[in-house]
Write a protein that binds this ligand. Structure first.
Ligand code: PEP
Length: 252
């Protein structure tokens, strides 16, 4: 799974140009979905372009709110709305939203539950900040973020299969400093073991994929994707350029 997270970038024109260029340039493999997460205001436009042209790109939302339909939330985006637009994926727990929107694990749990209930696939983002890393406390920090899964009121097998984890160390996001291969391998190994040991999803034969995100670019993507326990990439800055993103996809 290779995800383009455009964050707060783009125009209708750049969305159209990108979708067409990427669709023409990637050698799509069913086992490796290509997911485009444009800003919310372009979701419907992106969906339409993909459908009309039968492109093999899936659409993800960068945001969802956990409020139920009978609650009022100015500016809110519900899972029902995303389903209505045939959006397939949603990012939850991105560090920028945890930070700027002060999202707690409690809110994140509700979002995941609601998204899964409404048949959206969830990309759950986790990752430690630099102080936590320097204090050698990354694993306990990540454990707390992973404990969100223990709170889920969902046990239905099919729904749990719709969860993917994205490990994005905060210090690597947008900094140009990706995590080293050894660090990525060890941390992904820890994440997978923690899920295995604490959730018993392995009894259901469910092992969520773990993606890496944080300053992935054309020069480091091959090394990162070939790392043990890395099942895909979540790409911010380098996804904006269609040529770069297509090359990364094809190398993955
Ligand atoms: C992100 O924000 O999800 C991300 C991975 O950003 P970048 O690739 O720019 O570090």
């Amino acid at each position: 799974m290779i995800i383009a997270n455009w964050k707060m970038n783009g125009t209708r024109q750049s969305v159209a140009t990108w979708i067409q260029a990427v669709s023409n340039n990637i050698n799509i493999k069913d086992v490796n979905p290509c997911i485009f997460c444009p800003p919310t205001c372009y979701l419907e436009y992106a969906r339409r372009l993909v459908d009309e042209n039968d492109y093999h790109i899936e659409i993800g939302s960068q945001i969802v709110n956990h409020s139920f339909e009978d609650e009022s939330l100015t500016g809110g985006i519900s899972t029902t709305m995303l389903k209505d637009l045939s959006v397939e994926y949603v990012l939850v727990g991105h560090s920028e939203q945890r930070n700027f929107l002060k999202e707690s694990n409690n809110v994140i749990t509700k979002k995941i539950e609601k998204a899964l209930e409404d048949e959206l696939s969830v990309i759950y983002c986790i990752g430690e900040d630099i102080d936590t890393k320097n204090k050698n406390e990354a694993y306990s920090f990540l454990s707390e973020q992973l404990d969100v899964f223990c709170q889920l009121q969902i046990t239905h097998e099919d729904k749990l299969r719709s969860i993917t984890v994205a490990y994005e160390p905060i210090w690597a996001i947008g900094s140009g400093l990706n995590a080293e291969k050894d660090y990525i391998e060890e941390t992904h190994g820890f994440i997978k073991k923690y899920i295995n040991d604490h959730l018993e999803w392995d009894k259901l034969d469910i092992y969520p994929a773990v993606l890496y995100g944080g300053s992935v670019n054309l020069n480091n993507c091959e090394e990162i994707i070939s790392s043990t326990n890395v099942d895909g990439l979540l790409i911010g800055g380098a996804s904006l350029n269609s040529e770069t993103f297509s090359k990364i996809y094809n190398l993955s």
